[in-house]
Design a binder for this molecule. Structure first.
Ligand code: ZN
Length: 434
């Protein structure tokens, strides 16, 4: 890594929830640094000036739910370990093109043999120009989920946790013991036998527990939050539709009497809709797919207005991301992508992940909700970093954060990615892609 000290000038920087002008951003060794220390300690100035030409400079986007792309599915364990490793790198590099500098590769419900082969390859790994976007640990979705809300998952591998945490260790193997180094997020259905009681054990291992693919009722969802669940997986999709008498998992967005967390780590900041204005929000974060197909724009807006700081933009992209219309695989099942980019389980109308990219999600979220540029960007940067408890190094431009940036052009009214840096190095964008 270069010893050089870099200074970004002529930028509009996203700092502390505001876009500010007339400030510089300094970085070295892949980290944002404080220039004051340089002058006093080493009497140095920047070795290289980067002219942002008036663009917005924001943290790189983080995608906490992505199944694959470019014809590759992270749940596919066919072929040699070398081949799978290569495939992971292909996706990781491809994601940089969209400004996604860190991600949680997502593995749908699978048999133990698949996890034992695939999960060791998806452990946390630093981002780089050569290796691609940073891997933040896998997001494992299922198999402790509901048959009723299975979506595109293969129900023959579904399980329950009647024997407690040992059922989880049986399902995923030794990788689960590594905690967040290997597994950053786990999506479970809280009503499945034994699952709710295991949440504290999973949280102790550093895993972010998300509720999803669930038919749970509101009481079960709130109980899971009390046990330590801090996220909802793809809000509105694969859960009970909102019913006023029992609003199910969606109803957690309206919860007013959940225990208030003692620390901000892993929890949304307070907002005008929080139970308390000056304490962390006890309501979970929620991943939301802003492709305009999975969730109606009005529903996105309702979620945003009820819990703005909980929004986490996810693509839920699958192997077909980056590829044209056709038939592809997801967790061993065939899915079809139509002209609009929507994906269905072959021959059915069941949605099965998308081909949307994270920068599309940011633009759509801003358009659907009328939120500010800062809010749209933070839903793909700060919020996912907070969800994972890594905001000291990801999701902001604060000193000591990783030097992962996107330069965004807003001259058309929409945020367009123009330049991308990962770990302090600029990547070459493929012409015509952005
Ligand atoms: Zn899902």
């Amino acid at each position: 890594m270069s010893e050089k000290i870099y200074k970004i000038v002529n930028a509009r920087l996203l700092l502390n929830h505001e876009i500010v002008e007339n400030e510089y951003l300094w970085f070295q060794h892949g980290k944002i640094i404080h220039p004051q220390n340089l002058f006093f300690d080493a009497h140095r100035d920047a070795d290289e000036i980067i002219d942002a030409k008036g663009l917005i400079v924001a943290p790189g986007f983080i995608d906490t739910q992505i199944n694959g792309g470019y014809g590759i599915d992270f749940a596919d364990n066919e072929g040699s370990v070398e081949k799978i490793q290569q495939d992971i790198n292909t996706v990781a590099k491809g994601l940089l093109q969209y400004g996604c500098t860190a991600f949680c590769p997502t593995v749908v419900s699978s048999a133990p043999a698949v996890y034992s082969k695939v999960l060791p390859l998806l452990n946390q790994r630093k981002g780089s120009v050569q290796g691609g976007a940073e891997i933040l640990g896998a997001h494992i979705e299922g198999p402790f989920i509901s048959v009723e809300k299975k979506g595109a998952h293969d129900q023959t591998v579904f399980r329950n946790a009647k024997n407690g945490i040992s059922d989880f260790d049986d399902a995923y193997g030794p990788e689960l013991k590594k905690g967040s180094k290997a597994i950053s997020i786990m999506t479970v259905a809280p009503e499945i036998d034994g699952v709710a009681d295991c949440i504290p054990d999973l949280v102790k291992r550093g895993i972010t527990v998300a509720m999803g693919h669930t038919a749970c009722r509101i009481a079960q969802a709130e109980e899971a939050v009390k046990q330590g669940a801090t996220s909802i997986t793809h809000l509105f999709n694969a859960m009970q539709a909102f019913h006023h008498r029992d609003p199910g998992l969606v109803g957690v967005l309206g919860a007013a009497d959940l225990p208030i967390p003692s620390s901000q780590i892993g929890h949304p900041a307070s907002s005008l809709t929080s139970p308390s204005r000056n304490k962390p929000d006890p309501r979970p974060f929620y991943g939301i797919i802003c492709d305009g197909v999975h969730v109606h724009p009005n529903s996105v807006r309702i979620a945003y207005y009820s819990h703005p700081n909980g929004a986490v933009l996810v693509t839920d992209a699958l192997s077909a991301m980056g590829l044209p219309k056709g038939t592809y695989t997801l967790g061993g099942r065939e899915v079809e992508v139509d002209e609009s980019g929507a994906c269905y389980v072959k021959g059915t109308s069941t949605l099965a992940g998308c081909t949307v990219t994270i920068d599309d999600c940011v633009r759509n979220f801003q358009r659907f909700t009328n939120c500010s540029q800062v809010e749209a960007i933070e839903a793909a940067t700060l919020h996912p970093a907070r969800l994972l408890g890594i905001e000291d190094r990801k999701g902001t431009l604060n000193v000591n954060a990783d030097a992962d940036f996107v330069f965004l052009d807003d001259s058309t009214g929409e945020l367009r990615v123009k330049r991308v840096f990962v770990a302090g190095e600029e990547i070459a964008l493929v012409n015509g892609l952005v």
